[in-house]
Design a protein around this ligand. Structure first.
Ligand code: HEM
Length: 390
């Protein structure tokens, strides 16, 4: 059996900054491509990616979802790096406070905060979209929700960023980020119920541990996940909303005319620019996928961003079209590990899109600056030069 192989390095600066040409090249080569540079087997086509995410017995998370042994070790005890039955109990505790019902009470507050923020920015006329909204908004929401108080709030962005950066292979970015991610691990291993605000989701996790609903010692790793998973990807998604609507005023106009398009527009933002393009699994046995044999024990790179742009699944996949409503995009994962915080991410993003659509006719932006990141692709700065108010 011949094995499709490519010299591509998925974690090179060039690919991280602009992954789509490379992901398309790999996807056209095969649904499974061996990448010796990263020592991984890349899954590229929509159906292959989705099937793998749905088959945890073959594509396991237990040995970690990262691309170096140190991070996979550090993630032990989190739901991300576990399979059933361990995963089932951890996931139940994680989602108890993130379910649609639990979040219902937050909607009014999140909508009001987004609206006030967008109103202020429109009045100011020029601002940096990433600092002023993409970072500021989710930081405040997640910090309040999880119950972070005091000094830890000032570390959230850096800790969250580093915790995702170290998911990559042992390159320079990973090496530089481990000491910062280590501060997060250390804090999470000592945090107690009393450190988190009363009535918060974070406290609820410690209460679940006290009740015996989750194993002793698992509250800390769950708090770690809220912080690591809850901030960086949402910052990316909200920055992408602003950039994509600035670049596609016709698509913003469609949402302005029809507010019921807000959820569809967010699905399309996530499909078009996945915050996470590549994520890991490990093959538990020899498995044949689209005629290619992946050996037992191999590290697998699940290319969410490649599946999202697969022309076998989406018509005109490289077009940004808010009316498409791709509810089955892969950016929030799929299967038992599908994003546990997606309800919260949606509340935040819908609130921002809705406020923009009501208050802004057009955004004139300068050049978007990107910095390569091993796991989360996001915009680092995006100057808004002029706002044409609605
Ligand atoms: C747009 C923003 C977000 C994106 C793109 C995103 C993406 C993802 C993806 C792709 C996964 C699947 C990982 C896997 O299959 O191994 C995931 C899982 C997860 N996400 Fe999100 N996420 C976002 C926001 C959030 C938020 C706001 C939170 C929490 C407050 C959160 C918490 C989690 C957790 C805890 C998991 C692990 C679930 C499990 O292992 O069962 N995420 N996310």
């Amino acid at each position: 059996m011949s094995v499709p192989t490519s010299p591509v390095d998925l974690f090179s600066d060039e690919v991280l900054l602009d992954p789509y040409p490379t992901l398309a090249e790999l996807r056209e080569l095969s649904g499974v491509v061996h990448l010796p540079a990263n020592d991984v087997w890349a899954l590229t086509r929509y159906n292959v990616v989705r099937d793998a995410l749905g088959d945890w017995e073959t594509f396991s998370s237990a040995a970690g979802i990262g691309f170096n042994p140190m991070v996979n070790e550090a993630l032990q005890g989190t739901s991300l790096a576990s399979d059933p039955p361990q995963h089932t109990a951890l996931r139940a505790a994680l989602t108890e406070n993130l379910s649609p019902r639990a979040l219902r009470g937050l909607k009014g507050q999140i909508d009001a905060k987004a609206d006030a923020l967008v109103a202020d920015l429109v009045a100011s006329g020029s601002f940096d979209a990433i600092d002023s909204i993409a970072r500021a908004f989710p930081l405040e929401i997640v910090a309040d929700l999880v119950g972070f108080t005091g000094e830890v709030r000032s570390h959230m962005l850096d800790w969250g960023k580093a915790a995702n950066q170290v998911i990559g292979p042992l390159n320079q970015r990973t090496a530089e980020s481990f000491p910062i991610a280590g501060e997060l691990y250390a804090w999470c291993s000592t945090v107690t119920k009393g450190d988190l605000a009363e009535g918060s989701v974070g406290r609820g996790v410690f209460e679940a541990e006290e009740r015996g609903a989750i194993p002793p010692g698992s509250a800390g790793p769950i708090i770690h996940q809220y912080l690591a998973a809850g901030v960086e990807n949402t910052v990316s998604a909200i920055g992408n909303i602003i950039a994509l609507f600035a670049a596609h005023p016709d698509q913003l106009a469609l949402v302005r005319e029809n507010a019921s398009l807000v959820p569809a527009a967010f699905n399309e933002v996530l499909r078009f620019w996945a915050p996470i393009n590549v994520w890991g699994r490990q093959a538990t046995k020899d498995v044949e996928v689209e005629g290619v044999r992946i050996p037992a024990g191999a590290r697998v790179a699940v290319c969410l961003g490649a599946g999202n742009r697969d022309p076998r699944h989406y018509e005109d996949p490289d077009e940004f079209l808010v009316e498409r409503n791709p509810v089955d995009h892969l950016s929030l994962g799929y299967g038992i590990h599908g994003c546990a915080g997606q309800g919260l991410a949606r509340l935040e993003a819908h609130a921002v899109i809705d406020a923009l659509a009501r208050r802004v006719e057009r955004l004139v932006v300068g050049e978007e600056v990107r910095v390569p990141h091993n796991a989360t692709r996001s915009i680092d700065s995006l100057p808004v030069l002029e706002v044409v108010p609605a």
